[in-house]
Design a protein around this ligand. Structure first.
Ligand code: 13P
Length: 284
C-alpha cells in the first residue's frame, strides 16, 4: 500500500451559503472538461482525495452542492473509472470532542455526522493562536473524532520565531507527541490510522505569500514522518503541506517524495485557482 494524495481547501471565515452555492456551480462547469481528461488518461485521481473545509454555517449548503456535483461527475456510463475524480469532500473546520453539553458556540461530532459530514480539520494554527487551542485540546479532538469515525486532518507547524531560533524540529516533535497524547495514548490511534492525515503548515508561510521552499517543507515532512513511525510503527499517514500554496508552486512541492498534497487557504477561495490545483494533483 502507498500513501494517498490530498488536496484540501480551507476557506477559513470566508464565503457564506450563497457564495458557497455559486462556487460549486462554477466548479461544476470547470470540472466537466477535466472529467473527459480523466477518462482518456491525461489525469488520474485514483488514491487521491479532494475536498474543502468550509465554515460551519455553509456545511449544509456545501454538502447539497457536492452531492449534485458528484452525480454530475458520475453521469451515466462515464465514471466507474477510479481515474476520475469521484467526489469533492466537505469538511468542518472545527468540532468539539464531547458529543454534547454546555459548550456555547461549539459543534459536536454527532451533529456533523447527522448532516453527513465525514471530514474534520483539527488544530489549525489560527485556532492555536487566537482561540486557545493547545496540544492537549488538539489531542482530545483528534482522538474523539477519529473514534467517532471521522477522517481527521491534524495541523502542526512552527512560528517564524521558532524557526529562526532553530527549534523547528523540537516544536514539531512536541506537537506530534502532543496530539497523539504521548507514547501510551498513541496506541489508541492505531485502529484509525487509515482516516488520519496531517498538514504541515509553517505559521510564517500562512497567508504571507512566503511559501516554504520545497526543500524546507521536505525536511519538515521527513522529520514528521519519522516521528509518526516511531510512535505508531510503519504507517501510510499522508502529510499535506500548507502555507501560501498556489498554482505556481504546487507541482514543485508535490515532486518531493515526503509531500503528499496541499492544504490551501487563499488559493482555494477562487474557483479558477482551486481548479488549477485539482488539475495539478490529477497530473501528479
Ligand atoms: P494560505 O494558503 O492562505 O497561506 O493558508 C494556508 C492555510 O492556513 C490552510 O489551512
Amino acid at each position: 500500500m502507498s500513501r494517498s494524495k490530498l488536496l484540501f481547501g480551507n476557506w477559513k471565515m470566508n464565503h457564506g451559503p450563497k457564495a458557497t452555492h455559486e462556487y460549486f456551480q462554477a466548479l461544476k462547469t470547470k470540472l466537466e472538461p477535466m472529467r473527459a481528461r480523466a477518462i482518456t488518461g491525461t489525469l488520474s485521481f485514483s488514491a487521491k482525495s479532494v475536498g474543502l473545509f468550509v465554515p460551519t454555517l455553509c456545511l449544509h449548503q456545501a454538502l447539497q452542492d457536492a452531492a449534485e456535483l458528484k452525480s454530475s461527475l458520475h453521469a451515466v456510463g462515464q465514471t466507474t473509472s477510479p481515474r476520475n475524480l469521484q467526489e469533492l469532500h466537505v469538511g468542518a473546520q472545527l468540532a468539539h470532542w464531547a458529543p454534547n453539553g454546555a459548550f456555547t458556540g461549539e459543534t459536536s461530532g454527532p451533529m456533523l455526522k447527522e448532516i453527513g459530514i465525514g471530514w474534520v480539520l483539527v488544530g489549525h494554527s489560527e485556532r492555536r493562536q487566537f482561540f486557545g487551542e493547545t496540544d492537549q485540546t488538539v489531542h482530545r479532538r483528534a482522538l474523539s473524532l477519529l473514534e467517532q469515525g471521522f477522517s481527521v486532518m491534524v495541523c502542526i507547524g512552527e512560528t517564524l520565531g521558532e524557526r529562526e531560533a532553530g527549534q523547528t524540529a523540537a516544536v514539531l516533535s512536541r506537537q506530534v507527541d502532543g496530539f497523539l497524547g504521548g507514547r501510551e495514548l498513541a496506541a489508541r490511534f492505531a485502529p484509525h490510522l487509515a482516516r488520519l492525515s496531517l498538514a504541515y503548515e509553517p505559521v510564517w508561510a500562512i497567508g504571507t505569500g512566503q511559501t516554504a521552499t520545497p526543500e524546507q517543507a521536505e525536511e519538515a515532512h521527513e522529520h514528521i514522518r519519522a516521528l509518526l513511525e516511531s510512535f505508531l510503527g510503519p504507517n501510510e499517514i499522508a502529510i499535506a503541506y500548507g502555507g501560501s500554496v498556489t498554482p505556481e508552486n504546487f507541482a514543485e512541492l508535490l515532486r518531493k517524495p515526503s509531500i503528499d498534497g496541499g492544504l490551501v487557504g487563499g488559493a482555494s477561495l477562487k474557483v479558477d485557482s482551486f481548479t488549477t490545483l485539482i488539475d495539478i494533483l490529477g497530473r501528479t
